[in-house]
Write a protein that binds this ligand. Sequence first.
Ligand code: ATP
Length: 452
Amino acid sequence: MDSFEDAWKVISDYCKSKITDIAYNTWISRIQPVDLDFDNGTAYLLVPNDFHAQTLRRCYMSLLNEGFEEIFGTKFNIEFRTPANAPKKSKPSAAASITTSAATAPLLQSPDSSSYEYTFDTFIVGSSNKFAHAACLAVATNPSHAYNPLFLYGNSGLGKTHLLYAIGNEIKKNDPSKVICYIKGDDFTVELVESLRLAKMNEFRQKYRQADILLVDDVQFIGGKESTQEEFFHTFNALYDARKQIVLTSDRPPKEIKTLEDRLRSRFEQDLIADIQPPDLETRIAIIKRKAELDGVEISDEVCEYVASKIKANIRQLEGTVKKIKAKYYLDGEKPTINSVQGIISDILNNDAPPEVTVERIIDEVARTYGVSADEIRSQKNRSANISNARHIAIYVTRELTTLSMVAIGEEFGNRHYSTIIYTIQKVQKMMEKDRKVKEIIDDTIKNIRDR
Ligand SMILES: Nc1ncnc2c1ncn2[C@@H]1O[C@H](COP(=O)(O)OP(=O)(O)OP(=O)(O)O)[C@@H](O)[C@H]1O
């Protein structure tokens, strides 16, 4: 593997941490690195077509520039090539032929642009994840008979997606005829809305109901919107009744997903719930060593231990550190030392701070939760009680999660006067005091926005 490919992995990871999964999967993950010309300061990237290149130029140039600067400490001119004007590069190896979710999403080969596959072989087991690992292995070796559904939960970056894919890959390896369907909770919603719009609900239903194994990642994002929950409920029941295996992951246990309807919650709690905790020091060291081995970079025990002592809560960060160490090693040719990795670690810890909450994100999440469109929330007209309720909640959440003044919030929401904003916030506070369910749903929505 040449150094630009390694560096590109780090750059695309950087981009991934700054935008939504859908945006990343649609626009960034489909870019392939072609060449880096240090003499004329140009990076050549291969994209599927001209339209893709235009969208990247219009919407993602500053993000890509930041990514290059992050790695190389300097800007590059970015030039896009399409298959029509550049030699094709071979694609990364597929993790498994897992059926993907949205029709527009690229085939899921290796999530997180990892250079290795998400299998049980590449998963390090320690005390924090051994229960979840054992449950997943049992499901993979005995689908529909061990635990059904299996519900996995844990904080971000602790290996839920990895285990979900490992189940899919293992089952596919043992029986290639099995139809495995992987979907993220929020993509399910997007796809459902699209199918409704295009009058393609039959195809949508058929696609999910033909699955032998349904793997749903981040199921907490199904919460809120009624029609999504309704459709998911029927999909779940149809598969469950047909004795198909269902595995779900979330950042919290079902009882803490307050936006979830009770009937879905009780389905999710029907069999085994397994949690994943942050790894202990020993496991962190083992993970760094394994990642280094898989990425083909030599990191001494001393440096491994140092990194593990600094990065504790998130395995994605451990992995990011190894990738950066590798990129640096390729670029300056020096073996990693405690001194040389210090900067990388502090970059990773600083850059992984949760992204700033924008009004746009708040409106999107509230719109999704309350089943209205973002435009309706922003508009000046109060078309229906449902829309104005969602708008009030979005205003309240904006006040909670941003430092915007009442005047600025008013401007964001259809140029409303600040006194209206104050009144609206008080109104929502009263609703929350009066009705526990309303409070729980708003708190949950806030959590979804914060944790993204
Ligand atoms: N025990 C482990 N052994 C090896 N790699 C691991 C382990 N746990 C996590 N990883 C790696 O850490 C990265 C993050 O893991 P993953 O994406 O599965 O986390 P997640 O819990 O699904 O996070 P999120 O909720 O943010 O989606 C992945 O590249 C994965 O391969």
